[in-house]
Design a protein around this ligand. Structure first.
Ligand code: URA
Length: 246
């Protein structure tokens, strides 16, 4: 890592309220464990292979098909107030998937997930992990913005969650980071508070779910940044270990 990269990395983790140093996921040891193409991709900051090179409108990739259905969905009342549905985006073969609660104002305006303040913090954490946003997949339980960012209602989760299930089945990631109570409760089927779910590793098919605090909560309560960062490090470690074994 050159000096400038190291400086940026240290700034990122300091912003997260972390004063200790963690070993970098691209340490020489980890680099040796990576496949040559992965090493090359990370060193050169190349884009991870994404969906097809044709546009989403033309592609017959199952995820693009789901995106088209989501963008014209009227299964629940949230469709009436939306500017844009937000299906999710990223690497269609991601090993790491983040699932949030629902789009906010900025996401509704742009049709993209996690592009507001909570999204910027998530971006910084992904960057500090040594990954690029386009090497992971980012989605939500609800694909349309609840009015005034209120909590998702049960009928909305019931109507919308099959889309998330299908997305996760197709991507088939190794780890799913559940950001916040609604995501963690939906994905684990538990009614426990996020503070109780955090720290558990729960299987969902081939994936391990890591419940953690939402980055929006980290903005309100900066003390949450450190546990979230630790959970993301754990997510990456699980991925590395599972890849080593396979
Ligand atoms: N919060 C979420 O849960 N999802 C987003 O896409 C943005 C903010």
């Amino acid at each position: 890592m050159d000096r400038e990269l190291l400086r940026r990395h240290l700034e990122r983790i300091r912003e997260m309220g972390i004063s200790e140093l963690f070993y970098s996921p691209t340490s020489p040891e980890d680099k040796r464990a990576m496949s040559p193409s992965e090493r090359e991709r990370i060193e050169e900051g190349k884009r991870a292979p994404q969906g097809p090179a044709v546009s989403e409108a033309e592609s017959d990739h199952p995820l693009d098909e789901i995106n088209r259905v989501i963008r014209s969905c009227t299964r629940c009342k949230l469709s009436e107030g939306r500017m844009n549905a937000v299906p999710g985006e990223g690497d269609y073969n991601a090993r790491l998937v983040f699932v949030g609660e629902a789009p906010g104002a900025e996401e509704d305006r742009l049709g993209k997930p996690f592009v507001g303040r909570a999204g910027k913090l998530l971006d910084r954490m992904i960057d500090a992990l040594g990954l690029k946003r386009n090497q992971v997949f980012i989605g939500n339980v609800l694909k349309c913005r609840p009015p005034d960012n209120r909590d998702p209602e049960p009928d909305e989760v019931e109507a919308c969650s099959p889309y998330l299930d299908q997305q996760l089945d197709i991507i088939d990631p190794l780890v799913i980071v559940a950001l916040g109570k609604f995501s963690a409760q939906y994905l684990t089927g538990s009614t426990l508070a996020i503070g109780k779910l955090r720290g558990q590793e729960i299987k969902r098919g081939n994936a391990v779910i890591i419940p953690t605090y939402h980055t929006a909560a980290c903005l309100r309560f900066p003390d949450y940044k450190k546990p979230v960062w630790e959970d993301l490090r754990k997510a990456l470690q699980i991925i590395r270990e599972r890849e080593r074994k396979s």
